[in-house]
Design a protein around this ligand. Sequence first.
Ligand SMILES: [Zn+2]
Ligand SMILES: [Zn+2]
Length: 106
Amino acid sequence: MNFIVRTPRNNPEIVEVRYDCECGCKPRARYQRGTDKAGHEHCCCGQVHFVGAGAEERLKYYLEERAAQRLDEELGGYSIYCQEINTPWMESILVAYAVPSKPKAH
Ligand SMILES: [Zn+2]
Ligand SMILES: [Zn+2]
């Protein structure tokens, strides 16, 4: 996936990772340098991305919690992918994202 990585002008310690989703949205998630956190955004079509520490585990946990509440049944399951991106401070961090088999309409 083609992720766009940028830093807000007023905070060089944050990366904002976004992409152009097929549904037309531009979901964005943030990671703050030096933290053990990950940000995420859940797009209207069902696609989800997490950026930062433990991104893959957090994404899987998030989807499991939703599955336990039967929230995503109409999506026909998810495929999970991981990709490394480089921050402006030359650290490589993980983006984990889940793509639904049957995305919802925008
Ligand atoms: Zn979308
Ligand atoms: Zn959308």
